[in-house]
Ligand binder design. Structure first.
Ligand SMILES: [Zn+2]
Length: 293
């Protein structure tokens, strides 16, 4: 037996050990992600597959009613479907398809209840009152909030600012102030609400609402898009929100920005622990969207 043969079993063992370590490292490359803020795309299957290969396993999607029928839970992704309300001048902001085939701004309340019963609506949102130019506590919203409370459905409300070219002539920046929700919370104390886009630029108002109403959650979509919010600003906002004690109520959303980029933006927040990142990526959303909490 020569020396080479003598060492070969040891060499083999070491080789396979190293190989398995390398494989296990590459396997856990993807974060586990629940994307709570998504809209439709012209190629839904491609969109959904791209999300899945980047670690997304669940989405909360809102888009035109006819487009939304293309989004169904499959073996890659669990899908929760929303309801745009109100729909300014009958069209989806930015993409500009009709929200509803009949061109309605406000979907018929009996029809909405029927869709909820048929399990076609899992949450009310994106609530577009700001794009419509009214308060999120305008009483025109109360029938919809009432249904959400009755069926224990989450409600996602657009807060903060908006990008250009949304096509909504009555949009008002000041109607994105999170404080406007106060009357709704008084009237519907059991409503499960999440503030979309983390409230910015109404940061102080957002913090006040989150502190005063511990049942509120929020998504961080747009804030985590470095093409809109510079990474330094995202970093300081998130530090502030974590310091205020919101780590159990912040949820990841992409709002259709490149998924790799928005996940990386959160990964790059060096002050967050692994456990905090897991909460933001999916654990908080699982808690919020499940009914037992
Ligand atoms: Zn929005």
């Amino acid at each position: 037996m020569n020396q080479a043969n003598m060492f070969s079993p040891l060499f083999k063992t070491v080789f396979f050990l190293l190989l398995s370590i390398i494989l296990s490292c590459t396997e856990k490359r993807h974060a586990r992600v629940f994307d709570v803020h998504l809209h439709g795309d012209t190629a839904p299957e491609k969109q959904m597959h791209n999300l899945a290969v980047n670690g997304v396993y669940a989405i909360a999607v809102s888009t035109s009613w006819s487009g939304q029928l293309n989004y169904n839970t499959d073996n890659e992704l669990a899908v929760l479907r929303g309801l745009f309300v109100p729909c300014p001048i009958g069209i989806v902001p930015y993409s500009k398809q009709k929200c509803f085939e009949n061109g309605n701004e406000w979907p018929d309340i009996n029809w909405v209840e029927q869709q909820i019963k048929e399990k076609k609506i899992d949450f009310i949102g994106e609530v577009l009152t700001q794009y419509y130019g009214i308060s999120s506590s305008d009483t025109a919203m109360y029938p919809y909030y009432g249904l959400a409370e009755k069926y224990d459905l989450p409600v996602g409300i657009h807060t903060g600012a908006a990008g250009p070219d949304h096509g909504c002539p009555n949009f008002k920046l000041q109607m994105g102030n999170p404080l406007l929700l106060k009357n709704t919370i008084i009237r519907f104390p059991k409503l499960r609400i999440w503030l979309m886009h983390g409230g910015a630029p109404f940061v102080r108002e957002f913090i006040e609402m989150m502190k005063t109403h511990p049942q509120l959650y929020a998504d961080i979509s747009v804030l985590n898009n470095p093409r809109i919010v510079p990474p330094k600003q995202f970093d300081s906002l998130m530090r502030m929100y974590i310091n205020e004690g919101f780590e159990n109520r912040l949820m990841f959303g992409s709002d259709n920005a490149e998924i790799k980029m928005t996940i990386a933006a959160v990964e790059q927040l060096a002050f967050l622990t692994v456990a905090q990142k897991e909460k933001i990526f999916y654990k908080n959303a699982e808690m919020f969207f499940s009914k037992q909490h």
